[in-house]
Design a binder for this molecule. Structure first.
Ligand code: AHR
Length: 514
């Protein structure tokens, strides 16, 4: 047996597992996970593991870009430690340059000789100087270094159709196109590839405060001239506005391949969002409850989309999601820098599980954001870098990319804290292309273990992420305070049983068919 603080994992012993199960059942949850062999929808798109990198706070500058003359090890100005970390995650795509920033970004200011580029003001995020030293070529170089595809957000709010169309042409055209030639003169002869084009962002707010009807018409104009093979993404809902979805589906259905949902988990309100660390069990429960609220919102949008697109051609791209807390004390409030704890790891896992239950609509998502902003993968400060618990969940969930979800029945007891009532356990099971079964289990209860019985057979290996404290997190001084530990277990005759420790994410695979 392998001992973790306060709990026990049974390794390779069905008998011991059964004994531990009885003990756990007395003071923990009882859960039965039944796997059915039939599949549940299309494969899990690898693009649901996409990321978002906005010109916001220290997300791009310091977080990704340090410049070629920096003493911080870098390749053409892009920091090597961050690239190594993100490359290991196999990030499928990166959304850039915003967010709200996209609707004030003029791409021409970010090309050409770096020290000739004009400085501008980042009006949305702290009013700081935007040096434009990280522009189109630097972004594409970054993608190349981490092995990701481009999701470009074009400026609809303060830009023009011509400006957006020129940008795409600049990126993708070959000779004899003049914009392609300009790109070549700026150092990149081969056309770049752009996988996704986001047409605007949060049209109801920072993207231009538009009426849905006006936005749909404007979207159609942009989409008409951005029709060169990249998937065209309409800016959708973020405020629970069904009418906006209806209008886009009615008026723009022929001019889009996807529409978006933004969904943030904010445990308080906009004036006091709640602290990223030092919270109590009630805040833990409330945060997880809110995070799980993304599923009914996705279902409501799916129902609206189904009315006009029953074949489900159009995707739902959740291109901003994650936790949003009060900025860390001492940080610029406009920079949205927050710590990231075990609670965020559970939010990530629960949300990925939701996406995996909705593969026939949810084909791309972007967690907000990649480095140093909101629910980040990586925190970086000067020379130092720390991977967050959210990063570790993304790493653990890698086997789900391209796998086919399997139908499960999950019977779980529930637990309550204050007004919030939650299931003890959430789960997701899929079959990989090479026939392995991959299982994710999350114990949401911060105090009690869950006794999980399954009909899964065979030997499972993977990793488990948990800690003694709910707000366990990594710092620059202690970057390994919370990390996944290896986990393995073998099924007994009746199937695989285990005691899932409190506040845990577990992902395991069995290389055999069941
Ligand atoms: O991710 C931070 C901001 O949140 C984005 O810029 C905006 O689209 C959203 O409101």
């Amino acid at each position: 047996m392998m001992k973790y603080p306060g709990w026990t994992v049974v390794l390779f012993s069905g008998l011991l597992a059964a004994a531990a199960a009885c003990a756990a059942a007395e003071n923990g949850a009882n859960v039965v996970l039944t796997l059915h062999t039939n599949v549940n929808g299309p494969v899990i798109s690898r693009h649901i593991f996409g990321q978002f990198a906005e010109h916001l706070g220290r997300g791009i500058y310091e977080g990704i870009w340090v410049g070629p003359d920096s003493p911080i090890p870098n390749t053409r100005g892009i920091r090597n430690d961050v690239v190594t970390a993100l490359k290991a995650l196999h990030v499928p795509n990166v959304r850039w340059p915003g967010g709200c920033f996209a609707d004030e970004y003029h791409w021409r200011k970010g090309i050409g000789v770096a020290n000739h580029r004009p400085a501008t003001i980042n009006a949305n995020w702290g009013g700081v100087t935007e040096p434009n030293t990280f522009g189109t070529h630097e972004f594409m170089d970054f993608l190349d270094q981490i092995g990701a595809r481009a999701y470009l957000s074009v400026n609809v709010g303060s830009g023009t159709v011509q400006e957006a169309a020129d940008w795409l042409e600049y990126l993708t055209a070959g000779p004899p196109d003049a914009l392609g030639a300009e790109r070549a003169a700026n150092g990149h002869a081969a056309p770049y590839q752009v996988a996704f084009v986001g047409i605007g962002n949060e049209s109801w707010g920072c993207g231009g405060n538009m009426r849905p009807e006006y936005q749909a018409d404007l979207h159609n104009r942009y989409a008409t001239f951005l029709n060169n093979g990249a998937l065209r993404v309409a800016s959708g809902d973020g405020t629970g506005n069904d009418h906006l979805i209806d209008v886009l589906m009615e008026r723009s259905i022929g001019q889009m391949d996807a529409l978006t949902l933004h969904y943030y988990t904010i445990p308080g309100d906009w004036t006091k969002k709640g602290s990223a660390t030092g919270f109590d069990a009630a805040a833990w429960a409330h945060t997880l409850k809110l995070a799980r609220g993304i599923e009914p919102r996705i279902e409501a949008i799916e129902a609206l989309m189904d009315k006009r697109d029953p074949q489900r051609r159009i995707g739902l791209f959740v291109d901003e999601w994650g936790t949003w807390y009060d900025t860390e004390p001492g940080a610029n409030p406009g920079f949205l820098y927050q710590q990231n704890t075990l609670r965020d790891a559970l939010v990530a896992a629960l949300t990925l599980d939701v996406f995996q239950r909705h593969t026939d609509r949810v084909r791309m998502t972007s967690i907000a954001q990649m480095v140093n902003v909101l629910q980040a993968m990586v925190l970086a400060d000067g020379r130092r870098m720390a991977l967050t618990p959210t990063y570790h969940v993304y790493d653990m969930y890698k086997p789900f990319k391209g796998a086919t979800p399997l139908k499960i029945r999950l019977s779980t007891t529930r637990w309550q804290r204050g007004e919030d009532d939650l299931p003890a356990v959430d789960a997701s099971v899929a079959r990989t292309a090479d026939g392995a079964t991959v299982v994710a289990l999350v114990n949401l209860d911060p105090e009690r273990p869950a006794h999980v019985r399954t009909n899964l057979k065979g030997e499972f290996r993977g990793s488990i992420l948990t800690a003694a404290k709910m707000d366990a997190h990594n710092t620059f001084d202690q970057p390994h305070a919370i990390e996944p530990a290896p986990f393995s277990a073998r099924a007994g005759a009746e199937g695989w049983t285990l005691d899932l420790p409190p506040k845990t994410v577990l992902v395991v695979s069995a290389p055999v068919r069941h």
